[in-house]
Ligand binder design. Structure first.
Ligand code: ARG
Length: 427
């Protein structure tokens, strides 16, 4: 029982804070509307924003505590890596840098909410995007009792009204507020939307890009990078052993310098809208290409082809917010079992916006020069091909003979032609 003099603790809301306009206004609004204490959590997944500054801003606006959690390494090892092993590209284009960051943010928020005794998690997503789904579905999976608030979705203020609200309540507006674009970054990709980009015919202005050079400023000479993999995981760059996070950061720089990894994509959102998205993802594109190429060399054909259909499913599932789902766990188990032999090195040439695989080697390579060569070292049994083709083509041959018999009107199949071997050996 509380002693009479003891103050009743205010309910605590944990707010996922990005430092932008929406979540800055949300701190004030939540306190005002719910008379609660607001604690902000900013999860660092490799944004280039000054997160210390964001933290100070949160406190200035009225957050009782403001936390920044450096989760970059965990992001690389536990979120990027499974996506890379799955060569995950949504609709064949987008490496999912935003989509895989949300479940990690939620995991951190849930951890903190439990530690601090908060029963509500709030986020700043609007009602039109995928991120609201990813946030809320992930919370439902990890903390089914947690209450969820989405002030930006509920308050029905336009952007201009939010700015007015901020001014009226002395909320320091982040300097980027006037920028017409909505930008989201993780170390795996930078996403840019809104402004002139909403016209799908408009070529994106050069000024939107932050990680990549335009082709007229990229170096005339190519650079080569060599990526070492062990069991599907990148472990070295140009022969130097490195953490995955450091490899991604280095490739973002090296690839970005050559204008690699710009993506202009008409995307199908989960909420039924088509949107125009621009991405920069040099490191992701280089690593996925390298990984795909190594797999081509070490995986048997049937497994390689089957895995591709799983990859598509995997990318959809992650995009659609089901990171913490039994199906995702099962697909991860399958994908992990395919990675045992994905060990080796891939050489990539970076030049004028392209990243091209120009070499690969692996102790697990299934490539046999003796079988593939056309010179005299050839050991392939050419005569075996004849019988193989006879069997392989037989159903087509029978089908064509039946069709011919029916066209003749008598409907009688030429049985002798069925078994006749028409492939004549050249003397
Ligand atoms: N369309 C991408 C996704 O749903 C990126 C969204 C990025 N968000 C942003 N505020 N720019 O994953």
């Amino acid at each position: 029982m509380e002693s009479s003099g003891q103050k009743k603790e205010k309910p605590k809301i944990l707010l996922a804070y990005s430092g932008g306009l929406d979540t800055s206004v949300a701190i004030h609004w939540l306190k005002q509307m719910h008379g609660c204490e607001v604690v902000t959590v900013t999860v660092d997944v490799g944004q280039t924003d000054d997160l210390k500054d964001a933290m100070r801003r949160a406190r200035a606006i009225g957050a009782s505590r403001a936390w920044v959690i450096d989760a970059k390494k965990e992001f690389a090892d536990s979120y990027v890596l499974p996506a890379l092993k799955a060569n995950a590209l949504y609709e064949g284009n987008y490496p999912l840098g935003t989509a895989i960051a949300r479940p990690l943010m939620v995991a951190k928020l849930v951890e903190m909410a439990k530690r601090l005794g908060a029963d509500t998690i709030a986020h700043g997503c609007t009602g039109k995007g995928n991120d609201q789904v990813r946030f809320e579905v992930s919370i439902m999976a990890l903390a089914p009792d947690m209450k969820i608030m989405a002030p930006t979705r509920d308050w029905k203020m336009s952007r201009e009204e939010e700015i007015e609200y901020a001014k009226a309540h002395n909320i320091p507006i982040p300097v980027t507020v006037d920028a017409p674009y909505s930008i989201d970054e993780s170390v795996w990709s930078r996403a840019i939307e809104c402004g002139v980009l909403e016209d799908p015919w408009m070529e994106p202005p050069e000024s939107i890009y932050g990680w990549t050079n335009g082709l007229d400023t990229t170096p005339e000479k190519p650079d080569y990078v060599e990526i070492g993999f062990v069991e599907g995981k990148p472990v070295s760059l140009n022969g130097t052993p490195m953490d995955l996070l450091d490899i991604i950061v280095a490739l973002n720089k090296a690839g970005g310098n050559h204008g690699v990894g710009r993506i202009d994509h008409i995307e199908n959102r989960l909420v039924g809208i088509k949107s125009r998205e621009i991405y920069e993802a040099p490191g992701a594109i280089v690593l996925i290409k390298a990984h795909q190429d190594l797999e081509s060399m070490v995986l048997p054909k049937d497994l390689l082809h089957y895995k591709k259909s799983v990859e598509q499913h995997y990318a959809d599932l992650v995009y659609n917010g089901l990171w913490f789902s039994p199906l995702k766990d099962a697909l991860d188990a399958f994908i992990d079992s395919t990675q045992e032999d994905v060990t080796g090195t891939v050489k990539i040439k970076l030049h004028k916006g392209s990243a091209v695989v120009v070499g690969r080697e692996s102790p697990c390579s299934l490539y046999s020069t003796a079988l593939s060569t056309y010179d005299k070292a050839d050991t392939f049994d050419h005569s075996a091909a004849k019988g193989f083709i006879y069997v392989w083509g037989l159903p087509l041959k029978v089908g064509a003979l039946v069709k011919a018999a029916r066209a003749n009107g008598n409907g009688v199949l030429n049985e002798s032609a069925v078994s006749e071997d028409l492939i004549v050996a050249c003397k």
